[in-house]
Design a binder for this molecule. Structure first.
Ligand code: SDX
Length: 425
């Protein structure tokens, strides 16, 4: 094993160097503080690995994304979302027999307890679907024992689609539509979203394929902010539902999964204001403008996000297949073209990420903007679950408890009130 040597205050300290299966290098500093008394400092953890994992591999320089070794381009073109759920959680794509059992389980656990429907009465119609989703997912722990992880994984994957669709029905004042066991996972979700008691809803094959694609592309992404949150919360021994609920809250942020909603609002604002795309890009470059080119940039990808490339092509194809046009797609493509030839974006290696085009597809499917991040969460669920399960099974898992560099006041006495008043005059 190779080693890395740190020279600190005249003393040398050796640390093992680990190599991953894709040739990545990591310096194992688990003994750093015990040996040297020092810690590392890495705000945002851009240079810090929190764990080893065998689930997803990303090469940001080459724009590579693989789930359990399978290229995202291969899975996006051929697999179903249910197959990718199985792959991420169990490590292999399911055999036809395994898929039949898994798919049937995801169908049979779609209902939420009738009492949980009452929770929706407490939310105002304007409640953000992510607020409802995180609350309802955490509340599942009130109904199911936290010790039946395998069945809880099925319950979570299956009930999440029902909760997301109920949140949508709640927001538009329509009655909940119950799951239908004769339908596939994605068909079932879409009928719960768009059927009404007066008439059935049959999802078009084009839309069903697009939904599978969207969910697959969002299914996992190694140690991103929300997945790290799931691991952080789970490392304390918190149950699966509580850990995933925390991940949902982390995903909600506009710098993370909330960006897909922000992208559409940005595109609409550009079109409604009559402002040129170029003028908007110029503003996005100004630090104090308060505006960014949402859907652009990534902590890991310093090349094209392969998911954005797939989504851009899919948006074009799905709109054409549905005989639809969306002027926001034209604006998005114009922004991309301007940014990709602008030195500011080129120097900083800022490319479209998964959120830049996903909203165009959601819109084409009739899904409203405020539901976009909940759709991201529905897709990310198998990844969060797989990462949580890997952490729970890892014998070396310890509670996550980072250190800090203290820069506050050093030890001092409590002064009398008089002294403190005197110091202010
Ligand atoms: C997701 O981690 C994951 O894997 C996440 C995700 C997943 O699947 O889980 O891929 C999903 O969250 C995608 C990202 C969605 N967020 C956005 O689209 C929001 C807009 N993007 C940025 O806020 C930003 O690019 C981040 C948050 C995505 C990444 O931020 P970093 O890595 O901390 O980079 P940074 O903010 O330090 O930016 C570096 C430079 C800065 O300029 P300088 O200070 O060097 O002059 O690039 C600039 C930034 O100001 N910059 C942007 C920009 N993104 C970065 N400038 C304008 N517009 C942008 N979008």
């Amino acid at each position: 094993m190779s080693i890395a040597t740190l020279l600190l205050k005249g003393k040398e300290y050796d640390f093992p160097v680990l190599e991953g299966t894709e040739g990545e290098t990591a310096i194992d500093i688990t003994s750093l503080r015990a040996k040297s008394g020092a810690i590392t400092l890495d705000p945002g953890y851009a240079n810090t690995g929190s764990c080893t994992s065998a689930i997803t591999f990303i090469d940001g320089e080459k724009g590579i994304l693989r789930y359990r070794g399978h290229a995202i381009e291969d899975l996006a073109g051929t697999a179903s979302f249910v197959e990718v759920c199985y792959l991420l959680i169990h490590g292999e794509l399911p055999t036809p027999a395994e898929l039949l059992v898994f798919d049937d389980q995801l169908t049979r656990h779609s209902l939420i307890h009738e009492d949980m429907k009452k929770f929706f009465e407490g939310f105002p119609p304007s409640a953000h679907p992510m607020a409802i989703l995180s609350a309802m997912i955490a509340s599942l722990s009130a109904y199911y024992s936290e010790h039946d992880n395998e069945l809880n994984i099925i319950r979570l994957l299956s009930k999440a689609k029902t909760i997301v669709s109920f949140a949508y029905k709640k927001s538009i004042g329509q009655p909940f539509i119950y799951p239908c066991n004769a339908l596939s996972y994605t068909q079932n979700f879409m009928q719960m979203m768009f059927a009404v008691p007066a008439e059935d809803y049959v999802v078009s094959p084009v839309v069903d394929r697009a939904l599978n694609l969207l969910l697959i592309l969002h299914a996992d992404h190694e140690q991103n902010c929300s997945t790290s949150t799931v691991r952080m919360v789970g490392s304390s021994g918190a149950n699966l539902f509580a850990s995933i609920s925390a991940g949902i809250c982390a995903l909600w942020g506009p710098l993370h999964g909330g960006a897909n909603q922000q992208v559409i609002e940005m595109l609409q604002q550009i079109r409604q204001s009559g402002q040129s795309a170029r003028k908007f890009v110029e503003r996005a470059k100004e630090k104090d403008s308060g505006s960014k080119l949402m859907g652009f940039g990534h902590r890991v990808y310093k090349n094209f996000d392969p998911r954005a490339t797939i989504l851009k092509n899919a948006a074009d194809q799905v709109l054409a297949a549905l005989g639809m046009r969306d002027p926001l797609l034209d604006t998005a493509m114009e922004l991309e073209q301007i940014a990709l030839s602008d030195p500011y974006f080129i120097e900083r290696k800022l490319y479209p990420n998964v959120d830049f085009y996903s909203g165009i597809l959601y819109r084409a499917m009739g899904i409203p903007t405020n539901m976009f991040t909940a759709m991201f969460a529905l897709g990310r669920l198998p990844g969060w679950i797989a990462q949580w399960k890997e952490m729970v099974k890892e014998p070396k898992t310890k509670i996550n408890r980072p250190r800090q560099l203290y820069v506050g006041k050093t030890a001092r006495e409590v002064e009398s009130v008089e002294t403190r008043i005197a110091a202010t005059v």
